[in-house]
Design a protein around this ligand. Structure first.
Ligand SMILES: NC(=O)c1ccc[n+]([C@@H]2O[C@H](COP(=O)([O-])OP(=O)(O)OC[C@H]3O[C@@H](n4cnc5c(N)ncnc54)[C@H](OP(=O)(O)O)[C@@H]3O)[C@@H](O)[C@H]2O)c1
Length: 262
């Protein structure tokens, strides 16, 4: 897929990986961008930085169904179709499951998962109106392997993986490709409160994810060869993988303590 002149809707494009994906999209010639994020000021500043691009700014929470409906309606009114949908916005609250706040559990499911189901649903007719279109969903390495202290975040991200696979098969007859990206630790605001691991840069994760979208890759998996081996072991011999996780339990517990970006 060529991005020149294309029309893209992205959630959470004002910071981190989403912000870098916007730069990448513009570098590749995208001319129209719709963005949903909560902070009005960042949306305004971002769009003012690219006078050559036409923006539709939707200030609001993706957990609010009206905001998602408004986004799809405004795109239908202004553009009539959509080439690319990027479901990127995400939040995290880690910790022992029994200590998680009930609201944080609800919000992670609403933002990381339910919003993707609904926004995709509303955008499918618009994507069908384009000649060739694509969806990029940002999951997480924690959506491939369930880790302790990320039970809720990880299961929302695993659900995104499953939804992506279903959508890819369902939308194949309509020339709509679906790519799912699985970043591991990436140096963004989301990771400010996570200690002690080497991280990818958001620029790198954005570049590879957009490359995956353009090349219609099914999955973009970060973390190198070791990650692929871990995913395979987690599937073929989960008890062996459990033993491996048990060795770093305390260290993982400590580094995930207070890891919250909501
Ligand atoms: N960073 C990592 O290590 C990592 C690893 C794996 C996967 N991921 C995934 O990658 C995606 C991007 O993460 P990031 O690290 O770039 O995050 P980030 O730096 O915290 O940026 C999050 C973006 O999403 C927007 N956002 C957050 N909650 C929102 C909501 N309720 N409604 C609308 N917009 C919302 C934020 O804008 P506002 O605050 O203005 O709304 C911001 O633009 C997420 O899905 C995350 O789960 C990240």
């Amino acid at each position: 897929m060529q991005l020149k002149g294309k029309r893209v809707l992205i959630t959470g494009g004002t910071r981190g990986i989403g912000r870098c994906m916007i730069q990448e999209l513009i570098d590749q010639g995208v001319s129209h961008i719709g963005i949903i994020a909560r902070d009005k000021k960042s949306l305004k500043e971002l769009s003012e930085g690219y006078p050559e691009v036409k923006f539709i700014r939707i200030a609001g929470d993706v957990a609010n169904i009206d905001i998602l409906r408004e986004a799809a309606a405004r795109i239908e009114d202004k553009w009539g179709y959509l080439d690319v949908l990027i479901n990127n916005a995400g939040i995290v609250s880690a910790g022992p499951t029994e200590e998680l706040l009930d609201e944080d559990i609800y919000d992670q499911v609403a933002v990381n998962y339910t919003a993707i189901l609904l926004l995709t649903k509303y955008c499918i007719p618009l994507l069908k109106n384009a000649e060739e279109s694509a969806i990029l969903n940002i999951s997480s390495g924690l959506g491939l392997i369930g880790m302790p202290f990320y039970s809720v975040y990880g299961s929302t991200k695993a659900a995104v993986r499953q939804f992506s696979d279903s959508m890819r098969r369902e939308l194949a007859p309509f020339n709509i490709s679906v790519t799912c990206s699985f970043p591991t630790a990436t140096d963004t605001d989301m990771m400010q409160k996570f200690e002690g691991v080497e991280m990818d840069t958001p620029e790198y994760v954005a570049k590879k994810s957009i490359e995956g979208l353009v090349n219609k890759e099914l999955h973009v998996i970060f973390g190198g060869e070791q990650r692929i081996k871990d995913v395979e072991m987690n599937f073929s011999d989960p008890k062996k993988f459990d033993a491996q996780v048990a060795k770093t339990y305390d260290q993982f517990k400590q580094s995930s303590e207070g890891h919250k970006a909501m």
